[in-house]
Design a protein around this ligand. Structure first.
Ligand code: IPE
Ligand code: IPE
Ligand code: MG
Length: 231
């Protein structure tokens, strides 16, 4: 035997939920309709992952760079966040899921930051799984902030990780990006050093539970060598 046996079910799945705007455009709908459809899909997909034994789910909902999108689109997104973080926190609490948010909350409207804090408080005792939302999140900003916090101190990799917003959360095992682009767009750059990447051409609102299971199946077939010699 020997060697590290990686689990067939990833412990942590991260998703770059991309393609809402193009999904809407194809249907002659406003981009906001794509974001709403995306939110519904997001709820179902995260439930599906927890049902399959995944412990951590991280969802990229808004990047630092997305904050320079037109005002109308941002306000539609913010309305959806308001709705989600208030209405859905109760349901998460009931199902034993703890929610937390990574990103720079000071860049968000104050009432959203409050709703996030409410959701985190309401779900803090959840032990079945952790749902991490990346909102106003940028990996480079996160890394620079950690470097500045060091103030010249020397630390180990673990020490550095503990200065990131993801402290206490294991690195993602599987990262899925929908929408057809094959890039990370400033998402979890440090944490995804050895993450398995999976790209789907489907726009996020079209990414079904079945598509997700296909990604999990593909993950189970991957040989994660972490730089070592394979079996
Ligand atoms: C992803 O969908 C959601 C956010 C970035 C907020 P997009 O809004 O980027 O949709 P496309 O990529 O333009 O289709
Ligand atoms: C990445 O999607 C960010 C989120 C899904 C939240 P973008 O649509 O912003 O990425 P780019 O601009 O295509 O790289
Ligand atoms: Mg996009």
């Amino acid at each position: 035997m020997g060697g590290e046996k990686t689990s067939v079910i990833p412990r942590h799945v991260a998703i770059i939920m991309d393609g809402n705007g193009r999904w809407a455009k194809k249907r002659f709908l406003p981009r906001s309709a794509g974001h709403r459809a995306g939110m519904e899909r997001m709820i179902a997909l995260s439930e599906c992952l927890f049902r399959h034994g995944v412990s951590f789910v991280t969802l990229y909902a808004l990047s630092t760079e997305n904050l320079s999108r037109p005002e109308a689109e941002l306000s539609a997104l913010f309305s959806l966040f308001r709705e989600y973080f208030t209405q859905y926190a109760g349901r998460l609490a009931e199902t034993g899921i703890r929610m937390t948010v990574i990103g720079d909350r000071s860049l968000l409207p104050a009432d959203i930051a409050e709703k996030i804090a409410y959701g985190e408080e309401k779900t803090k005792n959840g032990t079945r799984g952790t749902l991490v939302f990346a909102v106003a999140y940028g990996a480079r900003q996160e890394i620079v902030q950690a470097a500045n916090a060091l103030g010249g101190r020397h630390v180990s990799e673990e020490g550095f990780s503990s200065l990131l917003s993801t402290r206490g959360i294991p690195d993602p095992d599987l990262l899925i990006r929908t929408g057809g682009e094959m890039r990370l767009s400033n998402f979890l750059l440090w944490q995804s050093a050895y993450t398995e990447l999976y790209f789907s051409k489907k726009m996020f609102p079209d990414f079904s539970d079945r598509d997700l299971l296909r990604a999990l199946k593909e993950y189970a077939r991957r040989d994660r060598r972490f730089g070592k010699v394979g079996q």
